[in-house]
Write a protein that binds this ligand. Structure first.
Ligand SMILES: *Cc1c(COP(=O)(O)O)cnc(C)c1O
Length: 453
C-alpha cells in the first residue's frame, strides 16, 4: 500500500514505535495492524473488522477478553495497594495467597514459588537458581544447562540462550556460555519415515549422550517445554518424556519444565507435566497465569530445590515488579474463574476433544500433510505434495500466505514457517470452534489458489 494510505495512527506508529519480532522496513510500507478492542474470543481492528482470535493473544488470554472478574480484581487491588515489593523480608497478602493457591495446583510435591514479571524472567531465574543450588551442594562445577534446538524460552539474554532459535542466536552472539542444545522431538519435520516411538527414544537419548560427553558432574539441568509452542506446537512422541525423566533421574540432573504456554489448562490439565507424568524440579509459569491481563511469571520448585534455596543464605536475585500485587490479585481471580467454570475439565473432556476432532478433519485438505494437537493447542503442516509430504521451497512463503488469508477472513492463525498453529481461549464455544475450522478451511483453499497463480 502506498504511504499516503496509512492512517494517522499508523503514520505515528511508523515514526516512533519500534516493534518486537518485526521487520520494521516491511512494516512501514503497509502500516501496523491496529487492534482496538476485544470481547470474548473476538478482537476488533481499526477498520471495524471482527477477528476470531485463534491464538488467545500470544497464547495467554485464556479466559477471553473483557472478563469483569479480572477487571474488578485489578481495580480493587489498585485502590487497596497498587504497589509493594517482596524484597528484604516483606510480603503482601495477594503474593502469599497466590503462592499458597499455586501450591495446591502444582504437580507432585512442588510447594514453593518465586515470582517474576514474565516468562523470560522465569528462565533467567532458573539459571541463577540451579547454579546457586549446585554451588550450595558443593558441586559448583555443575553449571551447564542442556536445552533443545528450536525451543523457545523467552527473549532476554538468558531466555534467548536457553531457547534454540537460530535467528535469535545469530543476533548478538548467543548462546551464553555453558548452555548447549540437543535435537528436538519433531517427528514430522525431522523423523519422516521413522517409527515415532523409536524416534522419540532416539531424540531423548541425545540427552544421555550429551551428559556423558560433557561429564555428568558438569551438568546442572535439562530444560524443555512439554510441548514446544513457538517452535510450531511440536508434540513429542509418547516415548520421549518418560525417557528424558529416566535420564535426568539416572544422572541426578535437575529437570526444568517451561510451562509458560502449557500451564493453566491449555492441555486439559493444570500443567502438562501431569499429562506426561513428569516430576520436575523447577516449573516456569507466565502467560495464562493472569490470562495476559497483567504481566506475571512464577518459578515453582520441588523439595530439593526449596531445601537448597532456604538453607543457602541470601539469594541475590529479584525484580522490582516480581509478584506485583495487582498481577497477583488478577491471577487469583483468574484461577477462581477457572475453578468455578471447571475450565480445565472442560478442555480435557469437552471442548478440547471437540476442537481436536474438527481440526483433524482439515487433514483431508490437499495442502495438509499432518494435523496434530492436544487440549486447545493444534498445528497443521502445509505440504506441496501430500503423497510424500514434500514441503514447499522456503521462498514460496506458504505459511505467510495462509496466515494473511486467515486475517482477511477474520481469523488469527499463526504461521511458523509452513506450520499453521492455533491456541484459542479456553472459553471458546463449540459454535466458535466451528467458525474457526470453517475459516481455516477457506484460508487453505485460498492459499492453494494463491500458490498456483
Ligand atoms: C512466551 C514464552 C516465554 C517468554 O515469556 P515472556 O513473558 O514473553 O518473557 C518463555 N517460555 C515459553 C515456553 C514461552 O512460550
Amino acid at each position: 500500500m502506498p504511504k499516503s494510505h496509512k492512517s494517522p495512527l499508523q503514520q505515528l506508529d511508523a515514526a516512533h514505535h519500534l516493534h518486537p519480532f518485526t521487520d520494521s522496513q516491511a512494516l512501514h510500507q503497509k502500516g501496523a495492524r491496529v487492534i482496538e478492542r476485544g470481547e470474548g474470543v473476538y478482537l476488533w481492528d481499526a477498520d471495524g473488522q471482527r477477528i476470531l482470535d485463534g491464538m488467545a493473544g500470544l497464547w495467554c488470554v485464556n479466559l477471553g477478553y473483557g472478563r469483569e472478574e479480572l477487571i474488578r480484581a485489578a481495580d480493587q487491588q489498585l485502590r487497596q495497594l497498587p504497589y509493594y515489593n517482596l524484597f528484604f523480608q516483606t510480603t503482601h497478602p495477594r503474593a502469599t495467597e497466590l503462592a499458597s493457591t499455586l501450591a495446591t495446583l502444582l504437580p507432585g510435591d512442588m510447594e514453593h514459588v518465586f515470582f517474576t514479571g514474565s516468562g523470560s524472567e522465569c528462565n533467567d531465574t532458573v539459571i541463577r537458581m540451579v547454579r546457586h543450588y549446585w554451588a550450595g551442594q558443593g558441586q559448583p562445577g555443575r553449571k551447564t544447562i542442556i536445552s533443545r534446538h528450536n525451543a523457545y524460552h523467552g527473549s532476554t539474554l538468558a531466555g534467548a540462550s536457553l531457547g534454540g532459535m537460530k535467528p535469535m542466536h545469530a543476533q548478538g552472539g548467543l548462546p551464553l556460555p555453558d548452555i548447549v542444545h540437543i535435537d528436538q522431538p519433531y517427528h514430522f519435520g525431522e523423523g519422516q519415515g521413522q517409527d515415532p516411538h523409536q524416534f522419540g527414544l532416539e531424540r531423548a537419548r541425545q540427552l544421555e549422550q550429551k551428559i556423558l560427553d560433557l561429564g555428568p558432574d558438569k551438568v546442572a539441568a535439562f530444560i524443555g517445554e512439554p510441548i514446544q509452542g513457538a517452535g510450531g506446537v511440536i508434540i513429542p512422541p509418547d516415548s520421549y518424556w518418560p525417557e528424558i525423566q529416566r535420564i535426568c533421574n539416572r544422572y541426578n540432573i535437575l529437570l526444568v519444565v517451561d510451562e509458560v504456554i502449557c500451564g493453566f489448562g491449555r492441555t486439559g490439565h493444570w500443567f502438562a507435566s501431569e499429562h506426561y507424568g513428569l516430576e520436575p524440579d523447577l516449573l516456569c509459569m507466565a502467560k495464562g497465569i493472569t490470562s495476559g491481563y497483567i504481566p506475571l511469571g512464577a518459578v515453582a520448585v520441588g523439595p530439593r530445590l526449596a531445601q537448597g534455596l532456604i538453607s543457602g543464605g541470601e539469594f541475590f536475585h529479584g525484580f522490582t515488579y516480581s509478584g506485583h500485587p495487582v498481577a497477583c490479585a488478577v491471577a487469583l481471580a483468574n484461577i477462581e474463574v477457572m475453578q468455578k467454570e471447571r475450565l480445565v475439565e472442560r478442555v480435557h473432556d469437552d471442548i478440547g476433544p471437540y476442537l481436536q476432532q474438527a481440526w483433524a478433519s482439515l487433514g483431508n485438505h490437499p495442502l495438509v500433510g499432518e494435523t496434530r494437537g492436544l487440549g486447545l493447542l493444534a498445528a497443521l503442516e502445509l505440504v506441496a505434495d501430500k503423497s510424500d509430504n514434500r514441503r514447499f521451497p522456503d521462498d514460496a512463503g506458504a505459511g505467510v500466505i495462509c496466515r494473511e488469508h486467515c486475517f482477511e477472513l477474520g481469523l488469527v492463525m499463526r504461521a511458523v514457517g509452513d506450520t499453521m498453529i492455533i491456541s484459542p481461549p479456553l472459553v471458546i464455544s463449540r459454535d466458535e470452534v466451528d467458525e474457526l475450522i470453517g475459516k481455516a478451511r477457506q484460508a487453505l483453499d485460498l492459499t492453494c489458489q494463491t500458490l498456483n497463480n
